[in-house]
Design a protein around this ligand. Structure first.
Ligand code: SAH
Ligand code: SF4
Ligand code: F3S
Length: 438
C-alpha cells in the first residue's frame, strides 16, 4: 500500500461538522494531497458523519455500501469514517462495514496524516476515535474553505448541557472555548481573505467564555474588525441568552437581525425531562426582550416532537408556543432514542404513527408562519449578499438576507459577494424574490 495523493470528503450533520471538514481538508491539502472532484476519482474518501438521530446513521451505512462498490472498482482507494458517529460506534463500524480502512472521532483529526502513514506502511485498519481529549480546539489549523463569501469560525467545541435526548456531549466531549485573541485573529484573516460574512460556531455558542471575555464581549470585539460585513452565530441556548448578548445584538452594526434559538418543546413538563434548564415562560420572556431590543428580528428554532411521555396536551403546548412566537422558520424533528443518553433508556412511548402526525402538524403550521413572514417583507428594501448563480438556470442570482432568507434577484454576476440593497417583490413560500433597489 502507498499513501493516497488525493482526497474527497463527504459531510453529514450540522455546520460544526461542515466546518470540521474544512479543517481536515486544510490538514490534508497542507500535507500535499489534492482535492478530487468526486469519490471515484479520489484515493482517500472520508465520510464525516452525524449521530444525532438513528436515521442519520442509517444513511451513512447506506452510503458506505455505495462507496464499497466504488472502492472495489478502483485501483487504489482508502475509505475513512470520521465525525460523531465514528466517535459513538468506533470499531463497531467495521463489523458492519469491514471495507472501511480508518475511523477517527472529532478530537482525533490531527492524527489523520499519521494514520495514513501507518496504513501505507502495511498496518491494518486504523482506529483513532477512542479518546476525546476535551481540550482540542484546532485553533492553529487553517481551514480550506469552499465558500468564498461566508466563513465559519468555530469558537466553542463540545457541550456540557446533557439534554437528556442528545448524543452530542458524548461524542463531542466537554465544552471548551478558543481564546479571544485567536478568534479575533482568525476573523481578521478571513475578512482579509475576502469573507463578507462570519458565522461563529459552537454547540452552545453563547456560553463562550475566555477569562473575562464572555460571548457578548467577544461579539463587541469582533464587531469592530475593519471590513467585516455581517456577523452571526449558531447555536444559542435560551438559558445562556443574557441581556448583555441581547444588547450587543441591538447595538453592533455587523450583527445580523437573526437568531436561531431552539426551544424544543412548549411544555414545562417535557422541557424539565429534557433537562433544558428553562421554562416556557422564560423562553417567551427572552423572545419579548429580543423583539423589544431588535424590532423585526428574525427568529428560528428547533422543535422536537414525540419525546418520551409527550402527551397530547404537552404537544398542544408546543403548537401554542409556535402560534404565539410565529417563528420565521423551524427545523422540526421526530424523537429518535440514542443509546447511552438518559432518555435513551426511557420508554419511547409515543408511537411512530403519532410522532409522524405531530411532525406533520408542526411542519404545516411552520409553512404558514414562514409564508406570513415572507409576505410581510414585500416592498421592503433590505441588505442582501448574492452568493451564487441560482440553480433555476434563469440567470437569476441567489442572495442571502441578514434575516437568513434566500432571495432570488436579477443582477449581474459581478455583484456576487457584494453587499446590495434589494427591494423585495414577492416570494415562493420558502424563498424571496427581489430586485436591485439602487
Ligand atoms: N447544539 C444545538 C444542536 C443540537 S442537534 C442545540 O442545542 O440546539 C440539533 C437538533 O437536533 C436539536 O436542537 C434537536 O432538536 C434535535 N435532536 C437532538 N437529539 C435528537 C434526538 N435524539 N432525536 C431527534 N432529534 C434530536
Ligand atoms: Fe445537545 Fe442540548 Fe448540547 Fe444542544 S445543548 S448539543 S441539544 S446537549
Ligand atoms: Fe450531528 Fe455531531 Fe453535529 S452528532 S448534529 S454532526 S455535533
Amino acid at each position: 500500500m502507498r499513501k493516497p495523493k488525493s482526497y474527497y470528503i463527504e459531510t453529514y450533520g450540522c455546520q460544526m461538522n461542515f466546518s470540521d471538514s474544512e479543517l481536515v481538508e486544510g490538514l490534508l491539502a497542507g500535507g500535499g494531497m489534492r482535492p478530487a472532484p468526486s469519490p471515484d476519482k479520489a484515493e482517500l474518501v472520508l465520510v464525516n458523519t452525524c449521530g444525532v438521530r438513528e436515521h442519520a446513521e442509517q444513511r451513512v451505512f447506506g452510503r458506505l455500501g455505495a462507496l464499497k462498490t466504488i472502492k472495489s472498482g478502483a485501483d487504489f482507494m482508502l475509505l475513512g469514517v470520521i465525525g460523531c458517529m465514528a466517535q459513538r460506534l468506533g470499531g463497531k463500524i467495521l463489523e458492519q462495514a469491514p471495507w472501511v480502512d480508518l475511523v477517527a472521532g472529532p478530537d482525533a483529526y490531527r492524527a489523520l496524516p499519521q494514520m495514513l502513514d501507518e496504513l501505507a506502511g502495511g498496518n491494518a485498519v486504523q482506529l483513532a476515535q477512542l479518546e476525546l481529549d476535551g481540550k482540542e480546539t484546532y485553533e492553529d489549523l487553517r481551514p480550506r474553505r469552499a465558500d468564498p463569501i461566508s466563513a465559519w469560525v468555530p469558537v466553542t467545541r463540545g457541550c456540557d448541557n446533557f439534554c437528556s435526548y442528545c448524543i452530542v456531549p458524548y461524542v463531542r466531549g466537554r465544552e471548551r472555548s478558543v481564546d479571544a485573541d485567536t478568534v479575533e485573529r482568525w476573523v481578521r484573516r478571513e475578512v482579509e481573505g475576502g469573507a463578507r460574512e462570519i458565522v461563529l460556531l459552537g454547540q452552545n455558542v453563547n456560553s463562550y467564555h475566555d477569562g473575562d471575555t464572555d460571548f457578548a464581549a467577544l461579539l463587541r470585539r469582533l464587531d469592530k474588525v475593519e471590513g467585516l460585513g455581517w456577523l452571526r452565530f449558531v447555536t444559542s441556548h435560551p438559558r445562556d441568552l443574557s441581556d448583555r448578548i441581547i444588547e450587543a445584538l441591538a447595538q453592533c452594526p455587523t450583527l445580523c437581525e437573526h437568531l436561531h434559538l431552539p426551544v424544543q418543546s412548549g411544555s414545562d413538563a417535557v422541557l424539565g425531562r429534557m433537562n433544558r434548564g428553562y421554562t416556557r415562560n422564560y423562553y417567551l420572556e427572552r423572545v419579548r426582550a429580543l423583539r423589544q431590543a431588535v424590532p423585526g428580528i428574525s427568529l428560528t428554532t428547533d422543535i422536537l416532537v414525540g419525546f418520551p411521555g409527550e402527551s397530547e396536551e404537552d404537544f398542544s403546548r408546543s403548537v401554542a408556543l409556535m402560534e404565539e412566537v410565529r417563528f420565521d422558520y423551524a427545523y422540526t424533528f421526530r424523537y429518535s432514542p440514542r443509546p447511552g443518553t438518559r432518555a435513551g433508556g426511557w420508554d419511547d412511548s409515543v408511537t411512530d404513527a403519532e410522532k409522524g402526525r405531530r411532525l406533520e402538524q408542526v411542519i404545516a403550521l411552520q409553512l404558514l408562519h414562514t409564508r406570513g413572514a415572507l409576505e410581510a417583507m414585500t416592498g421592503r428594501v433590505i441588505e442582501a449578499i448574492p452568493v451564487r448563480e441560482a440553480r433555476s438556470g434563469d440567470g437569476k442570482l441567489q442572495a442571502r438576507t441578514r434575516s437568513h432568507f434566500n432571495v432570488f434577484l436579477s443582477a449581474d454576476k459581478s455583484t456576487v459577494g457584494k453587499l446590495l440593497k434589494v427591494r423585495i417583490t414577492g416570494n415562493t413560500g420558502m424563498n424571496l424574490y427581489g430586485e436591485l433597489a439602487e
